[in-house]
Design a protein around this ligand. Structure first.
Ligand code: ATP
Length: 240
């Protein structure tokens, strides 16, 4: 089939010393779809994203983007290949202005060649950022910081967006707004999104596909609506 933009995580394992964080994980995230990865604290969600983006070295298996083998490449090379990682806890550079933060994403986008997004299109998507473009990023609210890191990632012209707990610490109304913008973006630009969330109910409401991790293993994989309708699964692993 057409593998363009498809992220394939194949038989991936990763450990921290004696602690096995990922145990032979298979996850495929398709282009133009939001794929949610759910699971409790310590399930291995953050490790999954850190292994995909080259920050943690896997002990077996591999990661492929559009059929290209990214396994073992440096974090810089994986970013250049089109994988943008938005880490948990936002990752804005608080001493820089909003616009300076966005310019950092633009630098990578320019290095990668033609991107779908320029500064104006990001401001159009997130008007709050334009109003605050000359302010230091540390003056932003939690929701605005989340918009800033997503906007910065978009300016790097990614094929794949890895989002780690974008809802963390945000009011439900702001979560709904950010998820709505994410949905629009995916539908319009055909980005591949891998969305890690503890907030399973919200994540499944916007995702197309879902994978449930428990103690480093995939225990369920299906369409998001099917997972959300599975009472046993919800009670056992999803907390709603
Ligand atoms: P959380 O939402 O709390 O981040 P998670 O699902 O993202 O949970 P991970 O952070 O990937 O899970 O952790 C998976 C396992 O690896 C846990 O047992 C955790 O204690 C362990 N772990 C994570 N980071 C490290 C580390 N730097 N050193 C040692 N063990 C770690």
């Amino acid at each position: 089939g057409n593998q363009h933009g498809e992220l394939e995580i194949r038989d991936l394992s990763a450990s921290y010393g004696p602690v096995v964080a990922l145990n032979h994980v298979h996850i495929t995230a398709r282009r133009g779809r939001i794929t949610a990865v759910l699971g409790a604290n310590g399930a291995g969600k953050t490790t999954l994203l850190r292994t995909v983006s080259g920050l943690v070295r896997g002990s077996s298996g591999g990661v492929f983007l559009g059929g290209r083998d990214l396994t073992g490449l440096s974090a810089e090379a994986i970013a250049m290949a089109g994988v943008a990682h938005v880490p948990e806890g936002r990752g804005v550079i608080t001493e820089l202005t909003v616009e300076e933060n966005l310019r950092l994403g633009e630098l990578l986008g320019t290095a990668r060649g033609d991107g779908a997004h320029d500064l104006d299109s990001v401001y159009e998507m997130f008007p709050a950022l334009e109003q605050r473009r000359r302010r230091e990023a540390n003056s932003l609210s939690g929701g605005e910081r989340q918009m800033l890191v997503i906007g910065r990632a978009l300016l790097s012209a990614p094929e794949v967006l890895l989002l780690d707990e974008p809802s963390l610490g945000l009011a439900p109304r702001i979560v709904a707004q950010i998820f709505g913008l994410l949905r629009d973006l995916v539908d319009r630009d055909g980005v591949t999104v891998l969305l890690v969330e503890q907030n399973a109910r919200s994540a499944l409401s916007i995702a197309d596909d879902g994978f449930v991790l428990n103690l480093g293993e995939v225990v369920a994989a299906d369409e998001a609506s099917t997972l959300a309708a599975d009472d046993d699964l919800r009670h056992a692993y999803l907390g709603f």
